[in-house]
Design a protein around this ligand. Sequence first.
Ligand code: HEM
Length: 403
Amino acid sequence: MPKPTEITPAFLANLSQIGQEVCPYRVGGRQAILVNDIDLAKAVLNDESTYKNYYHPYTELSSAFERRAEFVFSKAGSKKKSTSIEISKIIDANTDKLVSSILGNSSNSGVCITDAVRASLLDIMLEILFDCKIGKHSAELTRALACIEKHHATKNSLNFTRFSKTEIFEVEMANSVSRAAIDILVSKSRHLKRVRTTLGDHRFLIAITRTLQKAYNTPAMVLSWSLWLLSRHTLEQEKLRGEILIHSEVGEFLELSKIRRLNLARSIILETLRLLPGAWALGREAVRNSKLAGRDIPCETIVTVSPYAMQRNERFWNRAKVFDPSRFDESRSNSKKPEPFFPFGLGPRQCPAQSFAMLMLQYIVGKIVREYHIEKIDSDDLLPTGYVALRPSRPIKLSLRHI
Ligand code: HEM
Protein backbone atom coordinates (compact mmCIF):
# COMPACT_ATOMS: atom_id res chain seq x y z
CA MET A 1 0.00 0.00 0.00
CA PRO A 2 1.67 3.30 -1.07
CA LYS A 3 2.43 5.81 1.70
CA PRO A 4 3.00 9.27 0.24
CA THR A 5 4.39 11.99 2.47
CA GLU A 6 2.06 14.40 0.73
CA ILE A 7 -0.95 13.84 -1.51
CA THR A 8 -0.17 15.45 -4.85
CA PRO A 9 -1.99 15.41 -8.20
CA ALA A 10 0.86 13.29 -9.63
CA PHE A 11 0.52 10.78 -6.79
CA LEU A 12 -3.22 10.35 -7.42
CA ALA A 13 -2.72 10.16 -11.21
CA ASN A 14 -0.08 7.41 -10.77
CA LEU A 15 -2.24 5.51 -8.33
CA SER A 16 -5.15 5.69 -10.77
CA GLN A 17 -2.95 4.02 -13.43
CA ILE A 18 -2.96 0.82 -11.37
CA GLY A 19 -6.36 0.25 -12.93
CA GLN A 20 -8.27 -0.97 -9.89
CA GLU A 21 -11.70 0.49 -9.19
CA VAL A 22 -10.66 1.25 -5.63
CA CYS A 23 -6.97 1.97 -4.90
CA PRO A 24 -5.93 1.89 -1.22
CA TYR A 25 -3.14 4.04 0.23
CA ARG A 26 -2.15 5.35 3.65
CA VAL A 27 -1.71 8.94 4.68
CA GLY A 28 -0.65 10.41 8.03
CA GLY A 29 -1.15 7.01 9.66
CA ARG A 30 -4.69 6.73 8.28
CA GLN A 31 -6.26 4.40 5.81
CA ALA A 32 -7.36 6.05 2.57
CA ILE A 33 -8.74 5.01 -0.81
CA LEU A 34 -8.79 6.56 -4.24
CA VAL A 35 -12.06 5.82 -6.05
CA ASN A 36 -11.15 5.11 -9.67
CA ASP A 37 -14.42 4.37 -11.39
CA ILE A 38 -17.13 6.82 -12.41
CA ASP A 39 -20.09 4.76 -11.13
CA LEU A 40 -18.43 4.26 -7.76
CA ALA A 41 -17.55 7.98 -7.69
CA LYS A 42 -21.23 8.80 -8.24
CA ALA A 43 -22.21 6.35 -5.49
CA VAL A 44 -19.77 7.95 -3.01
CA LEU A 45 -20.56 11.57 -3.84
CA ASN A 46 -24.31 10.91 -3.70
CA ASP A 47 -24.21 9.15 -0.32
CA GLU A 48 -23.63 11.91 2.22
CA SER A 49 -24.83 9.76 5.11
CA THR A 50 -21.89 7.33 4.62
CA TYR A 51 -19.23 9.52 3.01
CA LYS A 52 -19.22 12.82 4.80
CA ASN A 53 -18.17 16.14 3.33
CA TYR A 54 -17.15 18.41 6.19
CA TYR A 55 -17.37 21.46 4.00
CA HIS A 56 -19.64 24.17 5.38
CA PRO A 57 -23.01 25.17 3.91
CA TYR A 58 -22.42 28.44 2.05
CA THR A 59 -26.11 29.09 2.60
CA GLU A 60 -25.21 30.52 6.04
CA LEU A 61 -24.45 33.71 4.16
CA SER A 62 -27.51 33.63 1.95
CA SER A 63 -29.31 36.53 3.63
CA ALA A 64 -26.27 38.73 2.95
CA PHE A 65 -26.21 37.96 -0.78
CA GLU A 66 -27.34 40.56 -3.28
CA ARG A 67 -30.43 39.85 -5.36
CA ARG A 68 -28.20 39.14 -8.38
CA ALA A 69 -26.48 36.24 -6.54
CA GLU A 70 -29.48 34.24 -7.69
CA PHE A 71 -27.85 34.30 -11.12
CA VAL A 72 -24.63 32.88 -9.65
CA PHE A 73 -26.32 30.02 -7.86
CA SER A 74 -29.00 29.05 -10.35
CA LYS A 75 -28.38 26.17 -12.75
CA ALA A 76 -29.98 27.76 -15.75
CA GLY A 77 -28.82 31.31 -14.97
CA SER A 78 -31.39 34.05 -14.44
CA LYS A 79 -33.71 34.71 -17.32
CA LYS A 80 -33.73 38.41 -16.45
CA LYS A 81 -31.82 40.39 -19.07
CA SER A 82 -31.22 43.32 -16.71
CA THR A 83 -29.40 41.05 -14.18
CA SER A 84 -27.33 39.50 -16.93
CA ILE A 85 -26.28 42.96 -18.19
CA GLU A 86 -25.51 44.18 -14.65
CA ILE A 87 -23.25 41.16 -14.06
CA SER A 88 -21.63 41.45 -17.51
CA LYS A 89 -20.69 45.04 -16.68
CA ILE A 90 -19.01 44.02 -13.41
CA ILE A 91 -17.02 41.26 -15.13
CA ASP A 92 -16.18 43.54 -18.06
CA ALA A 93 -14.82 46.40 -15.92
CA ASN A 94 -12.72 44.04 -13.81
CA THR A 95 -11.34 42.28 -16.90
CA ASP A 96 -10.21 45.69 -18.17
CA LYS A 97 -8.47 46.27 -14.82
CA LEU A 98 -6.86 42.84 -14.97
CA VAL A 99 -5.53 43.49 -18.47
CA SER A 100 -4.20 46.93 -17.42
CA SER A 101 -2.43 45.43 -14.44
CA ILE A 102 -0.85 42.74 -16.65
CA LEU A 103 0.21 45.34 -19.23
CA GLY A 104 1.38 47.75 -16.51
CA ASN A 105 3.72 45.16 -15.01
CA SER A 106 4.86 43.74 -18.32
CA SER A 107 8.50 43.69 -19.27
CA ASN A 108 10.38 41.78 -21.98
CA SER A 109 10.36 38.78 -19.72
CA GLY A 110 6.55 38.85 -19.39
CA VAL A 111 4.54 39.06 -16.20
CA CYS A 112 3.38 36.67 -13.46
CA ILE A 113 -0.37 36.66 -13.77
CA THR A 114 -1.43 34.37 -10.94
CA ASP A 115 -1.85 36.95 -8.14
CA ALA A 116 -3.43 39.54 -10.44
CA VAL A 117 -5.98 36.98 -11.69
CA ARG A 118 -6.83 35.96 -8.12
CA ALA A 119 -7.36 39.55 -6.96
CA SER A 120 -9.54 40.33 -10.01
CA LEU A 121 -11.78 37.33 -9.48
CA LEU A 122 -12.13 38.21 -5.81
CA ASP A 123 -13.18 41.75 -6.81
CA ILE A 124 -15.73 40.37 -9.28
CA MET A 125 -17.25 37.96 -6.76
CA LEU A 126 -17.34 40.51 -3.90
CA GLU A 127 -19.16 42.98 -6.08
CA ILE A 128 -21.63 40.46 -7.49
CA LEU A 129 -22.36 38.67 -4.20
CA PHE A 130 -22.12 41.52 -1.67
CA ASP A 131 -21.99 44.74 -3.72
CA CYS A 132 -18.66 45.54 -2.01
CA LYS A 133 -15.38 46.91 -3.27
CA ILE A 134 -12.35 46.59 -0.97
CA GLY A 135 -9.77 48.21 -3.28
CA LYS A 136 -6.14 47.38 -2.54
CA HIS A 137 -7.21 45.04 0.27
CA SER A 138 -8.35 42.42 -2.27
CA ALA A 139 -4.71 41.83 -3.28
CA GLU A 140 -3.72 41.54 0.41
CA LEU A 141 -6.63 39.22 1.17
CA THR A 142 -5.93 36.86 -1.74
CA ARG A 143 -2.22 36.66 -0.82
CA ALA A 144 -3.07 35.97 2.84
CA LEU A 145 -5.68 33.32 2.00
CA ALA A 146 -3.24 31.65 -0.43
CA CYS A 147 -0.65 31.44 2.38
CA ILE A 148 -3.19 29.95 4.80
CA GLU A 149 -4.39 27.49 2.15
CA LYS A 150 -0.84 26.34 1.41
CA HIS A 151 0.09 25.72 5.04
CA HIS A 152 -3.15 24.01 5.94
CA ALA A 153 -3.13 21.75 2.91
CA THR A 154 0.52 20.74 3.03
CA LYS A 155 1.17 20.62 6.75
CA ASN A 156 -1.94 20.36 8.75
CA SER A 157 -4.62 18.21 7.22
CA LEU A 158 -2.49 15.90 5.09
CA ASN A 159 0.84 15.42 6.87
CA PHE A 160 -0.33 16.00 10.40
CA THR A 161 3.13 17.37 11.18
CA ARG A 162 3.56 20.37 13.39
CA PHE A 163 4.30 23.79 12.02
CA SER A 164 7.80 25.20 12.52
CA LYS A 165 8.14 28.55 14.34
CA THR A 166 8.61 30.42 11.05
CA GLU A 167 5.54 28.76 9.58
CA ILE A 168 3.46 29.59 12.64
CA PHE A 169 4.56 33.19 12.27
CA GLU A 170 3.68 33.24 8.55
CA VAL A 171 0.25 31.72 9.13
CA GLU A 172 -0.48 34.06 12.06
CA MET A 173 0.49 37.07 9.94
CA ALA A 174 -1.71 35.82 7.09
CA ASN A 175 -4.59 35.21 9.50
CA SER A 176 -4.40 38.72 10.88
CA VAL A 177 -4.17 40.27 7.39
CA SER A 178 -7.19 38.29 6.23
CA ARG A 179 -9.17 39.18 9.39
CA ALA A 180 -8.40 42.87 8.85
CA ALA A 181 -9.46 42.68 5.18
CA ILE A 182 -12.67 40.86 6.13
CA ASP A 183 -13.41 43.52 8.78
CA ILE A 184 -13.18 46.10 6.00
CA LEU A 185 -15.51 44.02 3.85
CA VAL A 186 -18.02 43.78 6.69
CA SER A 187 -17.79 47.50 7.38
CA LYS A 188 -19.00 48.08 3.81
CA SER A 189 -22.04 45.83 3.95
CA ARG A 190 -24.80 46.15 6.49
CA HIS A 191 -26.10 42.71 5.42
CA LEU A 192 -22.76 41.06 6.26
CA LYS A 193 -22.67 42.97 9.56
CA ARG A 194 -26.06 41.53 10.47
CA VAL A 195 -25.04 37.97 9.49
CA ARG A 196 -21.84 38.27 11.58
CA THR A 197 -23.90 39.27 14.61
CA THR A 198 -26.26 36.32 14.05
CA LEU A 199 -23.59 33.66 13.44
CA GLY A 200 -20.99 34.92 15.91
CA ASP A 201 -17.41 35.87 14.94
CA HIS A 202 -15.94 32.40 14.58
CA ARG A 203 -18.70 30.79 12.49
CA PHE A 204 -18.94 33.88 10.36
CA LEU A 205 -15.19 33.90 9.67
CA ILE A 206 -15.27 30.27 8.58
CA ALA A 207 -18.35 30.79 6.39
CA ILE A 208 -17.01 33.87 4.64
CA THR A 209 -13.42 32.69 4.08
CA ARG A 210 -14.50 29.27 2.79
CA THR A 211 -17.18 30.73 0.53
CA LEU A 212 -14.71 33.24 -0.85
CA GLN A 213 -12.07 30.54 -1.39
CA LYS A 214 -14.60 28.61 -3.45
CA ALA A 215 -15.87 31.67 -5.26
CA TYR A 216 -12.57 33.17 -6.45
CA ASN A 217 -9.67 30.80 -5.94
CA THR A 218 -10.79 27.80 -8.01
CA PRO A 219 -12.03 29.93 -10.94
CA ALA A 220 -8.84 32.04 -10.72
CA MET A 221 -6.71 28.94 -11.10
CA VAL A 222 -8.84 27.68 -14.00
CA LEU A 223 -8.61 31.08 -15.71
CA SER A 224 -4.82 31.17 -15.24
CA TRP A 225 -4.48 27.64 -16.64
CA SER A 226 -6.66 28.42 -19.66
CA LEU A 227 -4.61 31.53 -20.51
CA TRP A 228 -1.44 29.45 -20.08
CA LEU A 229 -2.77 26.71 -22.39
CA LEU A 230 -3.84 29.28 -24.99
CA SER A 231 -0.37 30.87 -24.90
CA ARG A 232 0.89 27.45 -26.05
CA HIS A 233 -1.87 26.70 -28.56
CA THR A 234 -1.90 29.67 -30.90
CA LEU A 235 -4.07 27.96 -33.51
CA GLU A 236 -6.89 27.50 -30.96
CA GLN A 237 -6.39 31.13 -29.98
CA GLU A 238 -6.82 32.27 -33.59
CA LYS A 239 -9.94 30.13 -34.02
CA LEU A 240 -11.42 31.53 -30.82
CA ARG A 241 -10.70 35.11 -31.93
CA GLY A 242 -12.49 34.33 -35.21
CA GLU A 243 -15.52 32.94 -33.36
CA ILE A 244 -15.77 35.99 -31.11
CA LEU A 245 -15.42 38.46 -33.97
CA ILE A 246 -18.32 36.79 -35.78
CA HIS A 247 -20.47 37.49 -32.72
CA SER A 248 -19.21 40.99 -31.85
CA GLU A 249 -17.06 43.90 -33.03
CA VAL A 250 -13.74 44.76 -31.32
CA GLY A 251 -14.42 47.39 -28.65
CA GLU A 252 -18.12 46.51 -28.44
CA PHE A 253 -19.46 45.58 -25.00
CA LEU A 254 -19.89 41.81 -24.69
CA GLU A 255 -22.93 40.52 -22.88
CA LEU A 256 -23.24 37.21 -21.04
CA SER A 257 -26.20 36.06 -23.12
CA LYS A 258 -24.02 36.33 -26.28
CA ILE A 259 -21.29 34.28 -24.61
CA ARG A 260 -23.65 31.32 -24.39
CA ARG A 261 -23.45 31.07 -28.19
CA LEU A 262 -19.66 30.72 -28.28
CA ASN A 263 -19.13 27.02 -28.79
CA LEU A 264 -15.32 27.12 -29.05
CA ALA A 265 -14.93 29.37 -25.98
CA ARG A 266 -16.98 26.83 -24.05
CA SER A 267 -14.98 23.88 -25.41
CA ILE A 268 -11.69 25.57 -24.46
CA ILE A 269 -12.79 26.11 -20.86
CA LEU A 270 -14.15 22.55 -20.63
CA GLU A 271 -10.92 21.10 -22.02
CA THR A 272 -8.96 23.20 -19.49
CA LEU A 273 -11.21 21.80 -16.76
CA ARG A 274 -10.55 18.26 -18.01
CA LEU A 275 -6.75 18.53 -18.06
CA LEU A 276 -6.33 20.93 -15.16
CA PRO A 277 -9.46 20.80 -12.99
CA GLY A 278 -9.24 23.55 -10.37
CA ALA A 279 -10.94 21.24 -7.85
CA TRP A 280 -8.53 18.34 -8.40
CA ALA A 281 -9.46 16.08 -5.47
CA LEU A 282 -12.78 15.82 -3.64
CA GLY A 283 -12.36 14.54 -0.10
CA ARG A 284 -14.83 12.61 2.01
CA GLU A 285 -14.60 10.61 5.23
CA ALA A 286 -16.43 7.31 5.76
CA VAL A 287 -18.57 7.81 8.86
CA ARG A 288 -19.58 4.14 9.11
CA ASN A 289 -18.34 0.80 7.79
CA SER A 290 -19.25 0.23 4.15
CA LYS A 291 -18.24 -1.69 1.02
CA LEU A 292 -17.10 -0.42 -2.38
CA ALA A 293 -16.48 -2.81 -5.29
CA GLY A 294 -16.52 -5.70 -2.82
CA ARG A 295 -13.81 -4.10 -0.63
CA ASP A 296 -14.47 -3.28 3.02
CA ILE A 297 -14.23 0.43 3.75
CA PRO A 298 -13.89 0.85 7.53
CA CYS A 299 -15.34 3.86 9.31
CA GLU A 300 -12.90 6.87 9.32
CA THR A 301 -11.29 5.90 5.99
CA ILE A 302 -10.40 8.96 3.91
CA VAL A 303 -12.21 8.60 0.59
CA THR A 304 -10.78 10.56 -2.34
CA VAL A 305 -12.45 11.08 -5.69
CA SER A 306 -10.15 12.87 -8.12
CA PRO A 307 -11.35 14.56 -11.31
CA TYR A 308 -7.65 15.16 -12.10
CA ALA A 309 -6.69 11.47 -11.93
CA MET A 310 -9.71 10.16 -13.84
CA GLN A 311 -9.89 12.85 -16.49
CA ARG A 312 -6.23 12.26 -17.48
CA ASN A 313 -6.38 8.50 -17.42
CA GLU A 314 -5.68 6.88 -20.83
CA ARG A 315 -8.07 4.05 -19.92
CA PHE A 316 -10.96 6.49 -20.00
CA TRP A 317 -9.83 9.11 -22.52
CA ASN A 318 -8.14 8.92 -25.93
CA ARG A 319 -4.89 10.91 -26.09
CA ALA A 320 -5.67 11.91 -22.53
CA LYS A 321 -2.69 14.27 -22.04
CA VAL A 322 -3.35 16.22 -25.26
CA PHE A 323 -5.14 19.58 -25.19
CA ASP A 324 -7.95 19.11 -27.70
CA PRO A 325 -11.02 21.34 -27.20
CA SER A 326 -12.78 19.63 -30.13
CA ARG A 327 -13.65 16.77 -27.74
CA PHE A 328 -16.35 19.08 -26.38
CA ASP A 329 -17.55 20.41 -29.72
CA GLU A 330 -21.35 20.36 -29.50
CA SER A 331 -21.76 20.56 -33.25
CA ARG A 332 -20.06 17.18 -33.80
CA SER A 333 -22.71 14.88 -35.13
CA ASN A 334 -21.76 11.87 -33.00
CA SER A 335 -20.94 13.93 -29.89
CA LYS A 336 -21.91 12.10 -26.74
CA LYS A 337 -21.21 13.42 -23.27
CA PRO A 338 -17.71 12.25 -22.42
CA GLU A 339 -17.07 10.43 -19.16
CA PRO A 340 -15.57 10.49 -16.63
CA PHE A 341 -15.85 14.27 -16.59
CA PHE A 342 -16.94 16.00 -13.38
CA PRO A 343 -14.86 19.17 -12.77
CA PHE A 344 -17.77 20.66 -10.81
CA GLY A 345 -18.30 17.54 -8.70
CA LEU A 346 -21.32 15.25 -8.61
CA GLY A 347 -24.35 14.72 -6.40
CA PRO A 348 -25.80 16.98 -3.72
CA ARG A 349 -22.57 18.88 -3.01
CA GLN A 350 -21.66 19.65 -6.63
CA CYS A 351 -20.80 23.25 -7.43
CA PRO A 352 -23.92 25.42 -7.14
CA ALA A 353 -22.27 28.08 -9.34
CA GLN A 354 -21.15 25.95 -12.27
CA SER A 355 -23.27 27.54 -15.02
CA PHE A 356 -22.24 31.00 -13.90
CA ALA A 357 -18.55 29.99 -13.55
CA MET A 358 -18.52 28.69 -17.12
CA LEU A 359 -20.05 31.89 -18.49
CA MET A 360 -17.71 34.11 -16.47
CA LEU A 361 -14.58 32.26 -17.62
CA GLN A 362 -15.72 32.19 -21.26
CA TYR A 363 -16.40 35.91 -20.98
CA ILE A 364 -13.00 36.87 -19.57
CA VAL A 365 -10.97 34.61 -21.88
CA GLY A 366 -13.09 35.75 -24.86
CA LYS A 367 -12.61 39.43 -24.07
CA ILE A 368 -8.84 39.10 -23.65
CA VAL A 369 -8.38 37.01 -26.82
CA ARG A 370 -10.52 39.39 -28.87
CA GLU A 371 -8.09 42.23 -28.25
CA TYR A 372 -4.74 40.62 -27.43
CA HIS A 373 -2.42 37.85 -28.55
CA ILE A 374 -1.56 35.80 -25.49
CA GLU A 375 2.12 34.99 -25.83
CA LYS A 376 4.22 32.27 -24.32
CA ILE A 377 7.17 33.58 -22.31
CA ASP A 378 8.57 30.88 -20.10
CA SER A 379 9.51 27.24 -20.40
CA ASP A 380 6.95 24.42 -20.42
CA ASP A 381 8.19 22.75 -17.22
CA LEU A 382 5.23 23.93 -15.18
CA LEU A 383 3.69 21.25 -12.99
CA PRO A 384 0.22 21.20 -11.51
CA THR A 385 0.54 21.23 -7.72
CA GLY A 386 -2.32 20.67 -5.38
CA TYR A 387 -3.25 22.67 -2.39
CA VAL A 388 -6.96 23.17 -2.06
CA ALA A 389 -7.11 24.30 -5.68
CA LEU A 390 -4.88 22.98 -8.48
CA ARG A 391 -2.19 25.57 -8.90
CA PRO A 392 1.02 25.87 -10.90
CA SER A 393 4.35 24.85 -9.34
CA ARG A 394 5.57 28.39 -10.03
CA PRO A 395 3.65 31.55 -10.96
CA ILE A 396 2.34 31.54 -14.53
CA LYS A 397 4.14 34.03 -16.75
CA LEU A 398 2.89 35.29 -20.08
CA SER A 399 2.64 38.42 -22.13
CA LEU A 400 -0.21 40.22 -23.93
CA ARG A 401 0.30 41.95 -27.30
CA HIS A 402 -2.41 44.23 -28.67
CA ILE A 403 -3.84 43.05 -32.00
C1 HEM B 1 -14.25 26.96 -12.64
C2 HEM B 1 -14.72 27.31 -11.50
C3 HEM B 1 -15.20 26.37 -10.41
C4 HEM B 1 -14.94 25.03 -10.24
C5 HEM B 1 -14.05 24.12 -11.09
C6 HEM B 1 -15.68 24.62 -9.06
C7 HEM B 1 -15.68 23.32 -8.57
C8 HEM B 1 -16.40 22.91 -7.47
C9 HEM B 1 -16.50 21.55 -7.00
C10 HEM B 1 -15.81 20.33 -7.64
C11 HEM B 1 -17.30 21.54 -5.90
C12 HEM B 1 -17.72 20.31 -5.10
C13 HEM B 1 -16.72 19.99 -4.00
C14 HEM B 1 -16.99 18.64 -3.36
O1 HEM B 1 -17.86 17.88 -3.77
O2 HEM B 1 -16.26 18.36 -2.39
C15 HEM B 1 -17.68 22.91 -5.65
C16 HEM B 1 -18.47 23.33 -4.59
C17 HEM B 1 -18.79 24.64 -4.35
N1 HEM B 1 -18.58 25.73 -5.18
FE1 HEM B 1 -17.60 25.69 -6.94
N2 HEM B 1 -16.35 25.70 -8.55
C18 HEM B 1 -16.09 26.79 -9.35
C19 HEM B 1 -16.60 28.07 -9.20
C20 HEM B 1 -17.37 28.49 -8.16
C21 HEM B 1 -17.87 29.83 -7.99
C22 HEM B 1 -17.64 31.01 -8.95
C23 HEM B 1 -18.56 29.86 -6.84
C24 HEM B 1 -19.27 31.10 -6.35
C25 HEM B 1 -19.77 31.31 -5.20
C26 HEM B 1 -18.51 28.52 -6.26
C27 HEM B 1 -19.09 28.14 -5.07
C28 HEM B 1 -19.08 26.84 -4.58
C29 HEM B 1 -19.65 26.48 -3.29
C30 HEM B 1 -20.29 27.45 -2.29
C31 HEM B 1 -19.48 25.09 -3.14
C32 HEM B 1 -19.87 24.24 -1.94
C33 HEM B 1 -21.24 23.63 -2.14
C34 HEM B 1 -21.60 22.71 -0.98
O3 HEM B 1 -20.74 22.35 -0.18
O4 HEM B 1 -22.77 22.33 -0.91
N3 HEM B 1 -17.79 27.72 -7.10
N4 HEM B 1 -17.14 23.73 -6.64
